[in-house]
Structure formats: structure tokens, C-alpha cells
Design a protein around this ligand. Structure first.
Ligand SMILES: Cc1ncc(COP(=O)(O)O)c(C=O)c1O
Length: 413
């Protein structure tokens, strides 16, 4: 197989460094520049499950824009719904009726939802949810999970990150995932000042195996939070509508008070949503929160088309099928080279780790060699599949993975 080179990506990155701090920021950043030898930095075009970088290299994409691409890039029905709405009105001095239609759609499909609210990014709604919890209870503290990611507002970043102060965390208590006893202890000690509990429906941290909820965990958590009047917030930004058409809590059989959605909502068009229960309707109406583009109607139309298409395809079943098939193939190929690939989390957004390699260098090299052959992957974040990933894509990916394992095996790391 040909291995890719990225001269144009590197040239653009050097140009970017003059005018953009760090060249590329956040989770798309170039990380150490050495990564740029194996990974492309700029995309020129995308279609279905593939994108092409600025050097003309073609990739099967297993990052799916870190989640938002759920139906394939350039999905015709979603793009058409967006275009039609944009021809009429997008960001205007008044809200759009599309906002009501989309809210009705979410209220219909999400069992706990009596209302919906829209913003742009995941962090817009996770931070709003926390503020609502405080307003609803008159209390200060929020319990979250160690390693849980909810965005980049100061309270969401680990203490010690640049610019983050200890007092940004003064009212946040982090407990381990799946540890009901830890929750019970914190609630027993500080329950009268705990406003809310926020967690993703299953644990998908970076640099760590992902973990599903233990049997009965969510039901115990729900019962305790209800008893103590603590607002129960689920951050379904990453997995929402992938695991169940009504939200991931339905998959695991529990009922939060507030749910944050984002990545799978509009196939890449910018929109996020918070939905909640009747009991929190009035307080939500009173908590001020808004943004310059939050009433933009184009993404709302795209979201409606996306949800319809997800239903038409019975997408959660399809994601599970595609993810499981991909993973079974990768496990088999790893084994044939004498490696154990540990695959954790839900199959459609699984986390991968080669167990023989505590340093993770071999795992990084394997990811790099896969990417240089056209399967775009990343070593320390979960991957994603979309409904656009075909059997032919999986077969090609397995061939790439096979060759990449042979290369790293030869290196003798
Ligand atoms: C679980 C979870 N919550 C919140 C966020 C923050 O979303 P955004 O980056 O759109 O603000 C993310 C983003 O990756 C996420 O995965």
C-alpha cells in the first residue's frame, strides 16, 4: 500500500502559526509536530464516510468530526433541509417557528422531556444545565465524575490546566465512575449544599479504557438523587441518539431531570439542545442564557431532517452492527499478529488499546500507520462510526490495520 505524505498540510500549518495561536487549537490541534508526519492537518473535501486532505489523500474517517458526522458527510436530505431553510431565513431579529417544531420533535421522542432549549455547542448546554440546577435548588455544589468531559469552561477543565484557578473548582466534587458508595458518602456529608450531579451515560474519558455503567448503577444513583432533591443531569453530548433514539438513558433504563444533546443532532450543522422535565420548566425560563447565533434556523431544519433519517435507518441498531463488525475484524487481525486489542465502551464509539504496550508508543505507531494508509484514527480518544460506513470501508480498514500491525511488529517496539 502507498503511504501518505502531507507537504501541503505542513505548509499550511506553518502559515497558520503566524496568525492563529498554536496553529490549530483544541482537539484538532497538531499535538506535537511529529504527529504531522503521520497525520494530515487540513481537509479539502468530504463525502459519505470519507474525507480528502489538502494533499489529495483519501481517508475513511473514524473520527467523524469527533462525533457530529453521524449520517455521512454531505447527506443529501439533511443538506437540502438546511438549504431550503437558509433560502427563507436563518439568523433574524425574531425566533423561527422551526425552533418550536424541533422542540416538539424532541419532546415527542425523549421520554423525560417536557421542553427543549437550543444553543450551539455541547458546553453551552452542560453549563446551562448546571446553572439551572443551582437556581432550582438554591444550593452551590455540583458532583461530577473524575475524567468526565463536559467542555472547556474553567470548571470543566482539570485544575492545573493553564489559566484554571483552584476556585474555579471550589464548588465541584469529582468522584470515580461507577462508584455508588462514593456518591452516597458525598451526599451524606454535603447533601444539603449539592445542587446537581452531572455525568455522561457511560464513561468515555481520553487516555483510559472506557467503561459502561455497572448493573444497577444508574437506578441507585437516580433513587438517591431524587430522595435528596439533587438535579440529575446527563451529558449525552457525545453518545446521544447513537445508542437509543430517545437518548442513551433509555438504553440503560433510567430517568434524569436534564439531558444535554449535541453531536449527533444535526449531522455537523451547529446546534445543541437541553431537554428537561416539567418540574424544571419555570426555573429554566428564569435562568438567562443566550448567544448571537442560537436562534439560527438552518441548523434547526438540519436537525429535524437528521432525526428523521436516523429513525428511517433504525440508526442505533445499525451503529451497533457496524461498530461490532469493525471491532470483531480488528480483534482478529490484532490476534493474528500476536497482539491483544482491548476494545471498551459502546461498539459504535469504541476506545482501543493494545494491551502489550503500557507505554502506548506501539499503539500510537499503529494508529499512525493506519492513518498513513487511509484509515483516519486517533490513539487516545474513542473512534466513531457513522451510518455511511459500508462493508467495503470495513474491509479496506481491516486490510490497512493488518499492514499497519505488520509494520509496527517489524519495528520491534
Ligand atoms: C460528553 C461531552 N460533553 C460536552 C462536550 C463539549 O461539547 P463542545 O465541544 O461542543 O462544547 C463534549 C465534546 O467533545 C463531549 O464529548
Amino acid at each position: 500500500m502507498n503511504t501518505y505524505e502531507y507537504p501541503e498540510s505542513r505548509r499550511l500549518f506553518e502559515r497558520a502559526c503566524h496568525v492563529i495561536p498554536g496553529g490549530i487549537y483544541g482537539h484538532f490541534n497538531a499535538v506535537p509536530l511529529s504527529r504531522a508526519e503521520a497525520f494530515p492537518l487540513y481537509a479539502a473535501r468530504a463525502e459519505g464516510a470519507r474525507f480528502w486532505d489538502v494533499d489529495g489523500n483519501e481517508f475513511i474517517d473514524y473520527l467523524c468530526a469527533y462525533g457530529p458526522m453521524i449520517l455521512g458527510y454531505g447527506h443529501p436530505a439533511v443538506d437540502e433541509a438546511f438549504r431550503r431553510q437558509m433560502q427563507q431565513a436563518d439568523t433574524v431579529s425574531l425566533a423561527s417557528p422551526k425552533m418550536i417544531e424541533l422542540a416538539e420533535m424532541l419532546v415527542d421522542r425523549v421520554a423525560i422531556a417536557d421542553w427543549a432549549f437550543f444553543a450551539k455547542n455541547g458546553a453551552d448546554v452542560t453549563s446551562y444545565a448546571v446553572t439551572i440546577a443551582r437556581a432550582a435548588t438554591g444550593r452551590n455544589k455540583i458532583i461530577a465524575i473524575k475524567g468526565g468531559y463536559h467542555g472547556t469552561h474553567p470548571w470543566m477543565q482539570p485544575p492545573g490546566h493553564h489559566g484554571i484557578r483552584l476556585d474555579d473548582h471550589a464548588h465541584y466534587i469529582r468522584i470515580p465512575w461507577n462508584d455508588y458508595d462514593a456518591l452516597e458518602r458525598v451526599v451524606a456529608e454535603q447533601g444539603d449544599d449539592i445542587a446537581g450531579f452531572i455525568a455522561s451515560p457511560y464513561h468515555h474519558p481520553v487516555f483510559e479504557d472506557n467503561a459502561l455503567p455497572a448493573e444497577g448503577y444508574w437506578q441507585q444513583v437516580q433513587a438517591l438523587l431524587r430522595k435528596r432533591g439533587i438535579v440529575f443531569i446527563i451529558d449525552d453530548v457525545r453518545s446521544g441518539f447513537r445508542l437509543h433514539r430517545g437518548g442513551s438513558n433509555e438504553r440503560y433504563g433510567f430517568e434524569p431531570d436534564l439531558i444535554c444533546f449535541c453531536k449527533a443532532l444535526a449531522n455537523g450543522y451547529p446546534i445543541s439542545a437541553l431537554v428537561g422535565t416539567e418540574a424544571l420548566r419555570t426555573v429554566t425560563a428564569n435562568v438567562f442564557h443566550t448567544g448571537s447565533y442560537w436562534y439560527s434556523a438552518g441548523p434547526m431544519a438540519a436537525a429535524m431532517a437528521t432525526l428523521e433519517e436516523l429513525d428511517r435507518l433504525d440508526a442505533p441498531r445499525l451503529f451497533e452492527e457496524i461498530g461490532t463488525k469493525l471491532n470483531d475484524g480488528l480483534l482478529r487481525i490484532a490476534q493474528s499478529h500476536g497482539y491483544t486489542l482491548k476494545i471498551t465502551g459502546e461498539p459504535s464509539m469504541a476506545y482501543y488499546r493494545i494491551t502489550e504496550d503500557p507505554s502506548t508508543i506501539l499503539h500510537q505507531r499503529w494508529n499512525a500507520e493506519c492513518t498513513r494508509r487511509g484509515a483516519y484514527v486517533t490513539p487516545h480518544h474513542n473512534w466513531f462510526v457513522s451510518t455511511a460506513h459500508t462493508d467495503a470501508d470495513l474491509e479496506r480498514t481491516w486490510a490497512i490495520a493488518d499492514e499497519a500491525f505488520a509494520v509496527v511488529k517489524n519495528e520491534g517496539i
